[in-house]
Design a protein around this ligand. Structure first.
Ligand code: ADP
Ligand code: MG
Length: 757
């Protein structure tokens, strides 16, 4: 093979070249492994390493996988069989049995008599192929077979990819086996000269990281395990560092934007609101209030994330921030993910403000304001009036759903945007709302529906400052959660309805949540937990009994059927009503009002009540086919109860078998009420890509070595260093390689998640 000239990492495989080898392989490399440039090759990290002299544990092979294993040949047998069709033609079969010292694997080659000269008992080799079973025995048919000796020098001639003691095993395909990849990478490495390094030398030094070129060598051609460790450490840091640089750049760009300072007044609506509050703010709420007040008083827009446990009282913090802005003549918008929640916010804000929310009405306070609701399903007349009040500035507080984002909605002086329960809104919405003023962009406060681990917050919401409410208000009763496995114990379901009756008898109220509405209409979106569908429950004559494993959500318990069955059967005599997304807007509003006023005993609902709904007298929740919901979603749902002084009881009814993944998930939810813990668990069960919102197509993510769940310390260090670099040099003029790496984040659209947060 020809000696190659120095390569530019972004040179395309197959065009520059080097050799016929890459030219032929350029296509499978591109199509099967998404490797296009030499830089891609260098970043095609080994999945693992095989240590020369150490045999691979054959017990670890998985049927169906493309495996590479270091083995020893135990026996070789050549046979000639006559073909059935044509007796004159012979089929030559080589049967090789290889071993790791314990287990065995059989290799089969057809019509390759020359293998006689290649394969001998006792020799060591690397074999690669797709693992199959034949008569109960693991087998590779026509595997790739490369002999290895204990002498790396000798092997260098045989298989150039495996020159060292530690041999890298790459993600590969049949068309391009791991040693071919190793070989190409060797050539690329040989052609490397000085490489511009995105990590500045002083940063590398502080964290003991090798330079880029050294790290590539250490990773692809390690002398020992320490090399591998060091290289991995570097690339992990680099991924975190590049991403954090971009996030720091965004924070600094936002700090440069002008905003109208909204300096809190001591004698306005906020003070009046605080005086009317029926409770004391928690220490956490006060602290958050102080940070927000300080942010609002600056002449750059606030970009703050407020997260906290379900029920920790985020809404009050948001309303206080909104009133701060209204107090000095600005407007504040509150964006809620569902109509039910928007309506509730509107009701409770109006109620808490009392006469202060009725400026312009008889009996309203002179220095008050108006609270306006904007949703998609309002009548034209109501909507027109609302739009007018928003545009004229008469309405200081505007509450709404995504309808707020429409072009028609114009504000007189929008000073603050609050996004409640963020998980339903993306960055585009944030941008759409902040574009609603002619002048300076408004301050922004984002609240999350689910507590998220710190590292995820730093990554996914890395352009925001984060405040966290850790404590729940005092006097909150606890919630007990139990899994009710009706597959094993059908009779337990009757007990569930009895418990509901008992609670109602003591004056409490209950929710019954169903995964679908039924009746063949459009269903609401539900976050599906994973691919494993356990048996669902089905309605049978007023009761429920278990059935066989279902194939679709269509077989899960339907709200409409269940509500009817409950009202006639186990809950007869109680006031049972339904709430779901297909009801008209005013029907939803009136059902929620009645439920909040205690005029409904049992509310049979879909996930429309998942977030934010706040009725302190509700003490019991029954979730039907609970396995249909994700961990975080269940935690949110159960946050609807135990909001007052009454202990909560949450019953997760499921047909999932003991030990199944779905059941394990439910047991986890039942075992802890710590939302941070659960969201960690939730994230661990999903793929990293999902966490970051990257697509599912298996495209490479720019985070390949870094785990946002595991590498907290790395992310923290990278964030500190990146902020310092950006502080000094916001345009990264003196860091061209870093600038390039940040640009590449976008170019490859590998960082979709940057757009989605
Ligand atoms: P979340 O953080 O989940 O959005 P909410 O803001 O809906 O929680 O608050 C949950 C409940 O706690 C509401 O009924 C609210 O009025 C009440 N609450 C908020 N702060 C306090 C407090 N400091 N003391 C007592 N109750 C409070
Ligand atoms: Mg809330």
């Amino acid at each position: 093979m020809a000696k190659i000239r120095p390569l530019r990492p972004n040179a395309t495989l197959g065009t520059h070249l080097l050799s016929i080898l890459t030219e032929i392989l350029a296509r499978p490399l591109r199509e099967k492994l998404d490797l296009v440039t030499f830089g891609d090759m260098l970043r095609h990290y080994p999945r693992r390493y095989v240590q020369r002299g150490e045999l691979t544990d054959l017990g670890s092979l998985q049927i169906g996988e493309e495996a590479t294993a270091m083995v020893e040949v135990a026996s070789v047998r050549h046979t000639d069989a006559a073909l059935k069709k044509d007796r004159k033609r012979k089929l030559h079969i080589v049967d090789v049995v290889v071993t790791d010292g314990r287990g065995q694997l059989s290799l089969k080659f057809f019509n390759q008599p020359w293998r006689k000269h290649q394969i001998n008992v006792g020799m060591r080799a690397l074999v690669a192929g797709k693992v199959e079973t034949y008569r109960g025995q693991l087998q590779l048919t026509h595997p790739d077979f490369v002999t290895l000796t204990d002498d790396p020098e000798y092997d260098e001639n045989l298989a150039e990819g495996f020159a060292g003691r530690l041999m890298p095993i790459y993600p590969s395909t049949t068309a391009v086996p791991t040693w071919t990849i190793a070989r190409i990478i060797r050539h690329v490495l040989d052609g490397l000269r000085v490489l511009p390094d995105p990590i500045p030398p002083d940063v590398r030094e502080r964290h003991g990281l090798p330079a880029l070129r050294d790290a590539y060598f250490a990773l692809h051609r390690p002398a020992d395990w320490d090399d591998v460790k060091l290289a991995r450490k570097r690339f992990r840091f680099e991924e975190a560092f590049v991403l954090q640089t971009e996030l720091a750049r965004r924070r600094s760009a936002a700090r440069e934007l002008p905003a109208v300072p909204r300096v809190a007044r001591a004698d306005g609506l906020l003070a009046a609101f605080d005086a009317r509050l029926p409770f004391e703010l928690t220490d956490g709420q006060q602290e958050v209030g102080t940070s927000i007040t300080a942010d609002l008083a600056r002449d750059h827009p606030m970009q703050r994330l407020l997260q906290g446990e379900v029920g920790s009282g985020k809404t009050v913090c948001a309303i206080r921030a909104m009133l701060t802005v209204v107090d000095v003549g600005g407007q504040a918008a509150l964006l809620a993910p569902t109509e039910v929640l928007a309506q509730q916010h509107h009701r409770s804000i109006t109620q808490m403000l009392g006469p202060l929310a009725e400026r312009g009405f008889i009996g309203g306070a002179e220095d008050g304001t108006r609270v306006v609701l904007l949703t998609g399903s309002q009548s034209t007349a109501v909507r027109r009036k609302a739009l007018l009040e928003v545009a004229s500035g008469a309405a200081g507080l505007v509450v709404g759903t995504h309808a707020l984002l429409e072009d028609k909605v114009q504000f007189a002086d929008l000073g603050l945007v609050v996004i409640d329960e963020q998980h339903r809104f993306g960055v585009e919405q944030r941008a759409a709302l902040t574009a609603k003023t002619d002048g300076a962009p408004p301050h922004v406060l984002v609240m999350t529906a689910t507590p998220i681990p710190r590292t995820v917050a730093m990554t996914v919401f890395g352009d925001l400052e984060v405040s966290t409410l850790t404590e729940l208000p005092r006097g909150r009763a606890s919630i007990q959660t139990s899994v009710v496995p009706v597959t094993d114990r059908p009779a337990w379901l009757d007990r569930v309805w009895l418990r509901v009756r008992e609670e109602v008898a003591t004056g409490r109220q209950a929710y019954v949540v169903c995964p679908r509405i039924g009746d063949d209409g459009p269903e609401e979106e539900i976050v599906e937990p994973d691919g494993t569908r356990p048996p669902v429950l089905k309605l049978i004559q007023g009761g429920l009994s278990r059935t066989r494993a279902p194939s679709s959500r269509a077989e899960a318990v339907a709200l409409i059927d269940l509500a009817a069955a409950l009202a006639e059967g186990p809950l007869a005599g109680l006031r049972v009503e339904v709430l779901h997304g297909r009801l008209p807007s005013d029907a939803k509003d009136s059902v929620m009002r009645k439920f909040a006023a205690g005029e409904i005993d049992v509310l049979v609902a879909t996930t429309v009540i998942e977030v934010g709904v706040d009725v302190p007298n509700a003490s019991t929740m029954v979730v039907m086919d609970a396995d249909w919901f994700g961990v975080s979603q269940l935690h949110q749902l159960r946050g609807r109860i135990g909001r007052g002084a009454h202990p909560g009881l949450c019953l997760l009814v499921t047909g999932a078998e003991t030990g199944s993944p779905a059941r394990t998930r439910l047991d986890a939810v039942a075992s802890t009420s710590d939302g941070f813990e659960l969201s960690r668990l939730d994230l661990e069960q999903r793929r990293e890509g999902d966490v970051l919102g990257a697509d599912q197509s298996g495209r490479r993510s720019s985070l390949r070595m870094l785990s946002v769940i595991r590498d907290e310390a790395v992310i923290q260090d990278a964030r500190t260093e990146a902020s310092a670099v950006v502080e000094q040099d916001p345009e990264l003029r003196s860091h061209p390689a870093l600038q390039e790496a940040v640009r590449a984040l976008y170019e490859d659209d590998r960082a979709d998640y940057l757009e989605k947060t």
